[in-house]
Design a protein around this ligand. Structure first.
Ligand SMILES: Nc1ncnc2c1ncn2[C@@H]1O[C@H](COP(=O)(O)OP(=O)(O)O)[C@@H](O)[C@H]1O
Ligand SMILES: C=C(OP(=O)(O)O)C(=O)O
Ligand SMILES: [K+]
Ligand SMILES: [Mg+2]
Length: 527
């Protein structure tokens, strides 16, 4: 991954672009989140997705019932066991999402320049004249001239099954709209996005709370993807809610920025959240198109400097029905990596697309190519400058480990960690080689029972660029002696060798505590 590192800023020999990339054990340092659904729920397809590089599975509760998602999750567990590839679980909330329910499922044909009424009366059947919605307050929120977008769940923006509407007038609780483009709405559920409109609904709905406290608790979800996060308060409320649900106090919250309200409160949200999802599906229609890239670059920079993982969505929409991405999409994936994203989230492509596995492997290959030309040196300097001095001891150790690893051309960095903090800080400096984070379980109690920490911490690193976790045997307690440290290190090195990332005579940088001191060690392997 770090060999023959090219820099875009230097003249590249054009022919070198054509040199095939060496295959490596890790498809890419950038992680892939796949949304699982109808086209990606069998053990066979999920196994294919894991082998192709998916390391986080997203379960989107905007759609489907808990039993359906449970069936998928059971298959995921089987696939994880058989492929021996780790995968984290992300629960995605419905939040204040506006939806049109088309009970009959019959296609609804809308003609440009005609009118259609949006009504909160859900008793009415959806038709080309009336679309019933799940929200009473739309008529109070919108005014003449506002734009509304309605499309199939997870619309890609490139299909003829979604429609733009312009508000013509408000009649009581109904909103009369002019149809801007002819379209046929297909399916039984449509998402409705009112551009730049405040929707007075809670970010965590009652339905979300119920799902989290049942399905979420039962499955010990690693991540909560908080749809339509608009304020830091939304994250605080979700955290408060999770803190009372057994193991879920350890669940990380990823705030989804999907509209202008979230964008304007970005800095405060980033402080509260464990990570950010740049939800370009919704945000891409809330923002004028010419502003989307600016948000992406600015938000990724802020996440990188804060050392918090950032996930970019909606990159290869056209792969929902096609085996190849468009040129623009392929370039977009690479740019997301160059801009600093940790992970790419696939939505419709894996959920209802025809090529879930191929999409993951194509995106992974593009990411890996972009990583090779990522200007780590420049990024490193920028980050050190941003953090300033004095640095905390741990951050200084982490950044030094990355520098040492690059200088000695180390094949991997091995980081011992219990909380995951040290490994995340190393990843923050974007090393060009993989980081094997060896998570050492810690014995803990909640006054009712004793258990080992570590499982959440290990899985949560599956969304961070460059981190590859390994959970140490709980028989090696965190309060370790140097003898146990040595034996764990041997296990980590053997694991690295078996997977092909470490070879004989390689140099390896190790970050661990010896006694009370954090140390960075460089070792050179023998045969
Ligand atoms: N069990 C362990 N054995 C040896 N070193 C460790 C262990 N856990 C953490 N370290 C090292 O201790 C330092 C603090 O790491 P951090 O991840 O913040 O630890 P903690 O998990 O205790 O919060 C780092 O240098 C890390 O590599
Ligand atoms: C990922 C997104 O949201 P959803 O949950 O609707 O897929 C998005 O808007 O990009
Ligand atoms: K959702
Ligand atoms: Mg969305």
């Amino acid at each position: 991954m770090h060999s023959n590192h090219l820099l875009l800023e230097e003249p590249i020999r054009m022919a070198s672009i054509l040199e095939p990339s060496k295959s490596s054990f890790f498809p890419a340092m950038t992680k892939i989140v796949g949304t699982l659904g109808p086209k990606s729920r069998s053990v066979e397809v999920i196994s294919g997705c894991l082998k192709a590089g998916m390391s986080v599975a997203r379960f989107d509760f905007s759609w489907g019932n808990p039993e359906y998602h449970q069936g998928t999750l059971e298959n995921l567990k089987t696939a994880v066991k058989t492929t021996k590839k780790l995968c984290a679980v992300m629960l995605d909330t419905v939040g204040p999402e506006l939806q049109v329910v088309n009970k009959s499922g019959n296609p609804i044909s809308l003609q440009a320049d005609g009118f259609v009424i949006l009504t909160p009366d859900q008793e009415q059947e959806a038709s080309s004249k009336v679309l019933p919605i799940n929200f009473e307050g739309l008529s109070k929120a919108v005014k003449h001239g506002d734009t509304i977008f309605v499309g199939q769940y997870l619309f890609t923006g490139s299909e003829t099954t979604s429609v733009w509407l312009e508000v013509s007038e408000v009649k009581g609780n109904d909103v009369v709209c002019v149809i801007k483009n002819s379209a046929t709405l297909a399916g039984s559920l449509f998402t409705l996005h009112a551009s730049q409109i405040r929707i007075e609904l809670p970010t965590l709905s009652d339905k979300d709370k119920e799902v989290i406290s049942t399905w979420g608790v039962q499955n010990k979800i690693d991540f909560l993807s908080l749809s339509y996060t608009r304020h830091a308060e939304d994250v605080r409320n979700a955290r408060e809610y999770l803190s009372k649900l057994g193991d879920l106090y350890q669940t990380q919250i990823f705030a989804k920025i999907e509209n202008i309200e979230g964008l304007t409160h970005f800095d405060e949200i980033l402080q509260e959240a464990d990570g950010i999802i740049l939800s370009r599906g919704n945000l891409g229609i809330d923002l004028p198109p010419e502003k989307v890239f600016l948000f992406q670059k600015a938000a990724l920079y802020k996440c990188n400097m804060a050392g918090k993982p950032a996930v970019v969505t909606r990159v290869v929409d056209s792969m929902t029905d096609n085996l190849r991405p468009t040129r623009a999409e392929a370039t977009d994936v690479a740019n997301a990596v160059l801009d600093g994203s940790d992970a790419i989230l696939l939505g419709a492509e894996t959920l209802r697309g025809l090529y879930p596995i191929e999409t993951i492997s194509t995106v992974g290959k593009i990411c890996a190519e972009a990583e090779k030309v990522f200007n780590q040196d420049l990024y490193f300097k920028k980050t050190v400058k941003y953090v300033g001095e004095p640095m905390t001891h741990l951050e200084s150790i982490a950044s030094s480990a990355v520098r040492a690893a690059i200088k000695v051309k180390s094949s991997v960095i091995i980081c011992f960690t219990s909380s995951g903090r040290a490994a995340r800080l190393i990843a923050k400096y974007r090393p060009t080689m993989p980081v094997l984070s060896v998570v050492i379980p810690r014995l803990k109690t909640n006054q009712l029972k004793w258990s080992f920490s570590g499982a959440f911490e290990a899985r949560q690193s599956l969304i961070v660029r460059g981190l590859f976790p390994m959970l140490a045997d709980p028989r090696h307690p965190a309060e370790s002696t140097s003898a146990t440290n040595e034996s764990i290190l041997k296990v980590a090195l053997d694991h690295g060798k078996a997977s092909g990332v470490i070879k004989s005579h390689d140099r390896v940088v190790i970050c661990q505590k010896v006694g009370d001191a954090s140390v960075v060690k460089i070792i050179e392997l023998e045969d």
